[in-house]
Design a protein. Structure first.
Length: 223
């Protein structure tokens, strides 16, 4: 799964593009802090089973923030945000919400899935697939299954993933060490366990970290 560092790296790239010359150190801190918020739902796991990628990763979170910002911004002279931080503060707030959705929630939606409409609808959803053009098959996409059902014996539908029957592994979980055979039991050595603190679990995500650091540094230097 994408680590929090990868989420922040994506957010900084997005904010640098959207804010342009207004991207500075304060903007970077605000955007990074906002992007970390959804991942804080991991702290609720001991209290609410399946809270990670549910409580903070629901689409309702950025939707409610966006509705509040639109309501406040339309008040113009009475806008609390504009009166304290000016027009730049309003723009930064909208960009921060965009980063929560586009850099914090959507990457998890396409890698493992999120409980997108929690608590209104308790089901983890994953958007994954391929889109390409083949000289033999034409355009092929597997994101949405448009093929007619096959005339075969009906199979038992699999239970949807919910907070009741599914949870993601988090930094709070001590589980058997990955890639190490279990040597415990029968007088052997105790089973090795580990807690994982993801940084970059694929080469593509690892490349995002220095790329974002470079773009952010250039923007801050210009600012």
């Amino acid at each position: 799964m994408p680590s929090t560092l990868v989420h922040v790296a994506l957010a900084l790239l997005l904010a640098a593009a959207l804010l342009g010359e207004e991207f500075d150190g304060r903007a970077a801190l605000v955007v990074a802090a906002a992007t970390v918020l959804p991942d804080l739902d991991v702290a609720l796991e001991p209290i609410v089973s399946g809270a990670h990628r549910s409580v903070g990763h629901t689409f309702l979170f950025p939707a409610l923030l966006l509705a509040a910002l639109v309501w406040d911004a339309r008040r113009r002279d009475r806008s609390q945000l504009r009166s304290r931080f000016g027009d730049r503060g309003v723009r930064l707030a909208f960009v921060a919400v965009a980063c929560i959705f586009g850099a914090a929630i959507v990457p998890d939606l396409v890698v493992g899935g999120v409980n997108a409409f929690y608590p209104l609808h308790d089901a983890f959803i994953t958007v994954d697939g391929r889109l390409f053009y083949s000289t033999d098959r034409g355009w092929v996409q597997t994101f949405v299954d448009l093929s007619p059902p096959e005339p075969s014996e009906p199979s038992e539908p699999s239970d949807p993933r919910t907070t009741e029957n599914f949870r993601f592994r988090t930094v709070l979980d001590a589980e058997p060490t990955l890639g190490v055979e279990d040597s415990g039991g029968d007088g052997g050595e105790p089973q090795r366990v580990e807690r994982l603190f993801p940084v970059a679990m694929t080469g593509f995500r690892a490349w995002l970290l220095p790329l974002s650091a470079f773009v952010t540094a250039v923007r801050l230097r210009r600012a």
